[in-house]
Ligand binder design. Structure first.
Ligand code: AR6
Length: 170
């Protein structure tokens, strides 16, 4: 699989699927979640509501992933995953790794060949950029998948630089 890094906005990516750093309510929020719902339009929230009413009444658990339409976005699907909130005292990196593994599993189910990822948990959820980048790249590289390109789309210079370093260290 090819790993590529882009400094930019995930909502502009022409890929099969983009991953959303959602919260367990699936009802939208700030950060990349807000941008995806704003630019993708109401079709995404409609499907999220249906998922809450059918499969995830208690919310999507941390570390899980589920797909919806991408609405008006150039991608075909949005894969929503829920990252862990960073804790300096509790070891939660397994849950962050699970977000990437589960997103790739869902991408394989969809038949998605190109998938764009944001830096899950590295914004509002407070994960230090270098740690988030190391877990993201390490997990994607070690997960068996049919996905041909994993594109990390990093919004800030700091997070982009952290991913560059993590990729160089592989
Ligand atoms: N494209 C790519 N990356 C982006 C974009 C964008 N358009 N906008 C922000 N980022 P965050 P989290 C980066 O906070 O930490 C929401 O309210 C951002 O700079 O979006 O997992 C959810 O509903 C950061 O590097 O997600 C949850 O409640 C990265 O995306 C909560 O935030 C992730 O930042 C999830 O927090």
């Amino acid at each position: 699989m090819d790993i590529t890094l882009v400094h930019g906005d995930i909502t502009e990516q022409e890929v099969d699927a983009i991953v959303n750093a959602a919260n367990s309510s699936l009802m939208g929020g700030g950060g990349v979640d807000g941008a995806i719902h704003r630019r993708g339009g109401p079709a995404i929230l409609d499907e999220c509501r249906k998922l809450r009413a059918t499969r995830f009444g208690g919310g999507l658990p941390t570390g899980y992933a589920v797909a919806t339409t991408a609405g008006n976005l150039p991608a075909r699907w949005v894969i929503h995953t829920v990252g862990p909130v960073y804790s300096p005292t509790e070891e939660r990196s397994g849950l962050l790794a699970s977000c990437y593994r589960e997103s790739l599993r869902v991408a394989d189910e969809l038949g998605a060949q190109t998938v764009a990822f944001p830096a899950v948990s590295a914004g509002i959820y407070g994960w230090p950029a270098h740690d988030a980048a190391r877990i993201a790249i390490g997990t994607v590289l070690s997960t068996p998948t049919q996905v041909a390109e994993a594109r990390f789309v990093l919004f800030t210079k700091e997070v982009y630089a952290a991913f560059e370093q993590a990729l160089a260290a592989v």
